[in-house]
Design a protein around this ligand. Sequence first.
Ligand code: HAM
Length: 416
Amino acid sequence: MIKNIKGTKDLLPETTYNIQDIENHLNRFMHIHGYGEIRTPIFEPTELFIRSVGKNTDIVNKEMYTWEDQNGQSLTLRPEMTASVVRAYIQKKMWKIEPISKFYYIGPSFRRERPQKGRLRQFHQFGVEAIGSYNPEQDAEIISIAYNIYQMFGVNQLSIKINTLGSDDIRNKYIEELKKSLSKFKSILNESEYNRLQKNPLRILDSKNKDTQELIDKHAPNIFDYISIDDKKHFKKVLEILDAMEIPYTHDTNLVRGLDYYNRTVFEVISDALGGQDALCGGGRYDNLIAHLGGTDTPAMGFAAGMERLMLTMSLENNQNTQTDIYIINTEEALINESMRLADNIRKNLGLAVYIDSLRRSLKSQLRHANKMNATYTIIMDSKTIKDKTVIIKNMEENQQELIQIDNIISYFESE
Ligand code: HAM
């Protein structure tokens, strides 16, 4: 038997109904905030992710699904969507159309991580990217969008962690200092953390290891002491707007992100309900990425959220939203054409959900199935009544039935 790949999931109707419902809410939510949907390809040239996410990140180093196609081009299944959105923005020269572009997306991403609750190898992200504004109100808008989405879905126990990474040049200075101050403690850090400190030093700050955390608290320099006056002003204004919007947050000076393209504001929305994988979503400013990938110098801010993690925190019912309006019961081969035509007619004229059995089951088992499917009505076709051009319509809830002329079926349901 061939099985699905570890860390991927088959989603069945009871789940996809919930997902569709969430997506409908998201579409509406994004629309009222002025964001339009962008859909980019699921695979891209590998170079795109190396240059944007960063060659020393875990994502690029060990988590990408990469292969060479028949022409020897290196391709990668997208591990995230920001890089693709920026690629499309540059390729289509969108700054020429509008000075600011606001996009949202929903779709699968791929990372070869160790699967566990809330962590998959094919997962689904929704997110937003606002490309064009340097201003702090843009940061606050993005953060409030993230927060309000979870509010809309009734997710409680939320907190927002926010930090600023300052500008690139200052951050490099800080990274040097961080390396210097913690490298002294090689004996306390385990091997992988020591290596991380050398290759991707900022990531040491969000280590989950207690000893390392203690070390950081005691000995690591604070990035806030390094950033410029302008960076501080920007950050202060972001917080001020969040206060005005009554969005709660905590300033976590150790918050850094796992992707290289950020500067200034970074944030994550955390839920206690998630346990180990507690980040519901994350994002921040990436003012240098567009120029870095060959576009004009354009600032940007965005976030992305895991759909699976959202669903883990929602109290979802097993949504058997398969409300069937009419179940057409036919047990006679001679009436197959007639019953199929009737089903189609009702769907086309009234838009009702009509189910028709294709197993040629007995009357009794079709009735049982109609009950199981919560059908409001059944139409029972049989050659005796068809001779008089009538069918039996049964109201399943009231357990009452009547004979109706075939020609009157549409008007019968219209008046119901
Ligand atoms: P990220 O923090 O790597 O950021 O991912 C965003 C969210 O995707 C996470 O908070 C989590 O909910 C979800 N996620 C990530 N990996 C997995 C996984 N293996 N299984 C399930 N869910 C996962 C980004 O991807 C950036 N592109 C966000 C961004 C947009 N920054 C600016 N604009």
